[in-house]
Structures are given as structure tokens and as C-alpha cells.
Write a protein that binds this ligand. Sequence first.
Ligand SMILES: Nc1nc2c(ncn2[C@@H]2O[C@H](COP(=O)(O)OP(=O)(O)OP(=O)(O)O)[C@@H](O)[C@H]2O)c(=O)[nH]1
Ligand SMILES: [Mg+2]
Ligand SMILES: [Zn+2]
Length: 231
Amino acid sequence: MKVQVATSLLEANDIIARDNRKLLAESGVYLLNLMSSPGSGKTTIIERLLRLEEEEAVLSDQSRRLKIGVIEGDIQGTKDAERVERYHIPVVQINTYGACHLDARMVRAALEDLPLSDLDLVFVENVGNLVCPAEFDIGEDLKAMVLSVAEGDDKPEKYPLMFKESALIILNKVDLLPYTDFNMDALDERVLSINPSAQVFKVSARTGDGMEDLYRWLKGRVLSKKCAITT
Ligand SMILES: Nc1nc2c(ncn2[C@@H]2O[C@H](COP(=O)(O)OP(=O)(O)OP(=O)(O)O)[C@@H](O)[C@H]2O)c(=O)[nH]1
Ligand SMILES: [Mg+2]
Ligand SMILES: [Zn+2]
């Protein structure tokens, strides 16, 4: 009986996720679902990417600037939404009041509060949790996860679903490598054995190291979705 309940919950979620995906395709918006354990640097990475997009717009043509929105998922509070709002972009806060992941229904309500027809990319910062966010399809184009150096290189083996589901894996806080026993070769091997096709970026959202490559790669994905829709 328990299994049936769990299955129907995920099935109901999948139906709404499919509908979210349709809405996003109609609006030409790319949705990135950013997941990680608490504190690995999701918000800092979003802030860095927003800064890189601002800098790019200054250097090149303003009309080529990506229009970005953010959905912040937290159990409670608005701290991350306040951080991101400083970039003068549309931000919607979801408070789950206890639930440790976002589901498709919550994201749908947040999408309806964003000016989708004016946006190219929406970051969803999921609730800090390395387990169940990976189980819930929210209608995203890309599942991405952040692992920070301080968490250790053994995490792929301990939380395999998150590593398996994430097409993009961001190893953050590489500036802390000299102060830890983090073994990069061991991490690479473990990621490869669980998700050989994952795109991996090694960055420091604090120093900016590696962030430009991540930004370029992501922008390419966003623009190719736009192209596929408009042609
Ligand atoms: N040394 C170092 N610290 C970082 C880096 N990125 C983020 N931090 C710090 O790590 C802490 C947590 O960063 P956040 O971006 O708030 O992490 P988060 O994943 O959004 O956290 P939750 O939303 O609570 O799950 C902050 O003190 C950041 O300044 C990094 O690359 N290097
Ligand atoms: Mg955060
Ligand atoms: Zn959960």
C-alpha cells in the first residue's frame, strides 16, 4: 500500500512537470534546477553567473543580454531571494515550511508569478538537500548539482541518485583544496562510474576561478533551446 501511495505521488508530480515543460517551451525559457546539500554554494554561484552576464552585456550588445529570473526554494525565510534581488531581476521565493525538496506544483505556482515572456533563463535554487530533490521532476531543462570541496570526495558513492540524475556537476570551493584531504582523482573516478556523460566544472564561486567556462557552457545551452524553438 505504501509503495502505491509513493508511486502515485511521483506520477502526479510528473504530470505537472510535463505541463511545466510545455509552458517553458511555449515561452522559450530554459529552466535550470540547481541542487546540493546546504551551504555548498548554490546562491553564490547564481550571483556570480548574474555578474558575468552583467559584465558581458557591458562589453557587448545589450540586446544580446540573457534575461534571467530566479526561483528560490527554502524551508523558510527570504535570505537568498534578498541576495539575488540586488541584481534587479525578477525573483520568487517558495517557502516549503518543512518539505525538504521542491515539487512540480510548487514550481508551477512560482513560474506563474514570473514574467516568463520576458525571460530566457530561470534558475531554480532547490532546498539544500542531497537526497530527494533528485527524485522530483520539476519540468527543468537541466538538473545540476553542486558539490563543495569541504564535503569530501566520497559523496558520489553515498548519494548516487543525485550524481546520476545531474547532467551538470559543479565542484565548488576549489580555493579550499589546499586545506583539505579532498582527492580529485578519486572524485573524477567516482563521478565517471556513476554518470559518465555528466558535464563537470571545477570552480570557485568566491574567487571566480572556472566560472567563465561554466557561464559560457550554460549560455550556449540556453541559446540553443531558443534557436530550436524559433526555427
Ligand atoms: N571558500 C569558498 N567559500 C564559498 C564559495 N562559494 C560559496 N562560499 C561560501 O559558502 C557559504 C554558503 O554559500 P551559499 O551560496 O549561501 O550556499 P547555498 O548552497 O546557497 O546554501 P543554502 O541555500 O543554505 O543551501 C557562504 O559563506 C559562501 O560565501 C567558494 O567557492 N569558496
Ligand atoms: Mg542558498
Ligand atoms: Zn524531500
